[in-house]
Design a protein around this ligand. Structure first.
Ligand code: GLC
Length: 531
């Protein structure tokens, strides 16, 4: 049992992709005023913390993950006044705001980079990663971009290459330069001073590169169809030992403002992931994002193993506030859960996410069961897809507009949405589901309410994690009170041993049913039982 001393331990985080949440001015792209106008939905749902993907001025080569000014708002999204109003509106409802922070790279249009590339002797030259060509004139080493191809771009006018771990429009900042650190930390302070409650740090594990720029070794497991970056093992351009000291400095900066939250986007095996809590589980990020469910094979045995392995990997013992777990099902870079495992199992996944120990993050639209929307080639927007078409990296399908009602543009915009809505938008939308007591929205509301009501689902330990055939079972226990969770992860009826009173079924019936010894589950049904 853990006493939940920190707001972020009790929080339920909701990721808003600002382009796609709510448009207020008819340009077909979401904005801050739009978000502010939809806070009642989030509040009624039971959300208390909103994470916004980037809203900074940006040429939008990677839809805001290419920042041209770390202390401004892109006019497409609104103004600083709109931002302040949003913070005030959230805080007024007792809600919090987490901003995306993109430290690994800026936009190639950032004034820092324009100066840096202007000449070899410019004072900002060393703010980015510039290297001479290899003796044959080619790139300085073999590092690969996450978006395909080599991670180096030749700059003819100054005769050097610069590093870009993502697009060439996203040059990597040189975090070994103290001036970069100062400027980037000032940006954190700028937003903290405006009341921001935390940051989600983009590609936290990639921020520091090998000082000797050694070649990455080849990956013997690479197969055609995998991303080209997977051809090499990223030993020297990711998860470098120096990263931790930097994360600790960021955390200390945040701590200077009180109880603020540092989330790290980190795609690493759990054993490495947990290092980002800091030495002995302290002083690093409070939430190194746990993406194990995103990559999971959706079967009771494998998910049980994921839970056990993650819980065991957390630095132990965990005093309050230390090495607190977190869980994520989807985000703006991953296919939606309902598309990955099917709409029926998406309800089971929702119950899993909201009954596990640790802070959950919900991706916008998951609460109404939105699915990936197929995007015809002519409408593709995502630069990752454009660079490596057809290898399944395209991220537009999971970024389509939030659907508020059954109207043609789903209540998202009065203009033309930047990505099309799904064919199911007449059915899968907030207004329709709000009237349907069995909808996905009703399930999310019920789960969030139960989570708040039931102490064992807050700080309670997770125990007895097991797979019984196709049923995933675990118990959450706090002191004398406990709840059992049983999730049928198959499309066939199943049964398992359990005793108690059903407090919630994913099908939103059976409430109050007493179970004595044998719990019968319908296909794709999950239940929570009180002891
Ligand atoms: C992160 C973001 C992704 C972006 C990339 C480069 O992985 O989540 O959307 O493209 O970083 O910033």
């Amino acid at each position: 049992m853990t006493e939940l001393r920190h707001w972020w331990q009790r929080a339920v985080i909701y990721q808003v992709y600002p382009r796609s949440f709510q448009d207020s001015d008819g340009d077909g792209i979401g904005d801050l005023r739009g978000i502010a106008s939809r806070l009642d939905h989030l509040h009624d749902l039971g959300i208390d913390t909103v994470w916004l993907s980037p809203i900074y001025p940006s040429p939008m080569a990677d839809f805001g993950y290419d920042v041209a000014d770390y202390t401004g708002i892109d006019p497409m999204f609104g103004t600083l006044a709109d931002f302040d109003a949003l913070v005030a509106a959230l805080h007024g409802r007792g809600m919090r705001l987490v901003l995306d922070y993109v430290p690994n790279h800026s936009s190639d249009r950032h004034p820092w980079f324009l100066e840096s590339r202007s000449s070899r002797t410019d004072p900002k030259r060393d703010w980015y990663v510039w290297r001479d060509p290899a003796p044959d004139g080619g790139p300085p080493n073999n590092w690969l971009s996450h978006f395909g191809g080599i991670a180096w771009e030749w700059d003819a006018s100054t005769g050097q290459y610069y590093l870009h771990s993502f697009l060439k429009e996203q040059p990597d900042l040189n975090w070994r330069n103290p001036a970069v650190k100062r400027a980037m930390f000032d940006a954190l302070r700028f937003w903290l001073d405006r009341g921001v409650d935390g940051f989600r740090v983009d590609v936290m594990w990639c921020m520091v590169k090998d000082a000797l720029f050694r070649d990455n070794p080849p990956n013997p497991d690479w197969r055609p169809g995998m991303s080209t970056r997977d051809r090499l093992i990223p030993v020297y351009d990711a998860d470098r030992p120096e990263t931790m000291a930097l994360v600790a400095e960021m955390r200390a900066l945040l701590d200077g403002y009180g109880d603020r939250l540092l989330i790290g986007e980190i795609y690493l095996p759990v054993e490495r992931l947990v290092a980002y809590y800091g030495p002995e589980g302290k002083g690093g990020a409070q939430m190194p994002y746990n993406f194990t469910l995103i990559k999971a094979r959706w079967a009771a045995e494998s998910v049980a193993e994921i839970i056990r392995r993650y819980e065991a990997a957390l630095p132990q013992p965990a005093p309050p506030g230390v090495a607190w777990p977190n869980w994520v099902l989807s985000n703006h870079d991953q296919s939606r859960i309902g598309t990955r495992i099917g709409p029926a199992q998406a309800r089971v996944a929702a119950m899993l996410l909201l009954t596990l120990r640790g802070t959950p993050t919900i991706y916008y639209g998951e609460e109404i069961g939105m699915l990936d929307v197929p995007i015809p080639p002519a409408l593709v927007q995502d630069p990752a897809e454009k660079r490596q078409p057809g290898i399944g990296q395209g991220r537009d399908p999971e970024r389509t507009p939030m659907v508020w009602d059954a109207s043609a543009e789903g209540g998202f915009t009065r203009g033309k949405p930047w990505l099309p809505l799904g064919a199911d938008h007449g059915r899968v939308n907030v207004a329709v589901e709000a009237e349907d007591p069995q909808s996905m929205l009703a399930l999310y509301r019920a789960l969030l309410a139960l989570r708040r009501r039931e102490p064992a689902l807050g700080g309670g330990a997770v125990e007895e994690v097991r797979a019984d055939g196709g049923v995933l079972c675990f118990v959450r226990r706090e002191g004398a009170s406990g709840v059992a969770v049983a999730l049928n992860m198959t499309g066939a009826p199943a049964e398992t041993a359990a005793t108690g009173r059903i407090v919630l079924s994913t099908q939103l019936d059976r409430r109050g049913e007493e179970v004595a010894g044998t719990l019968r589950l319908r296909p794709d049904e999950g239940v929570v039982l009180a002891e």
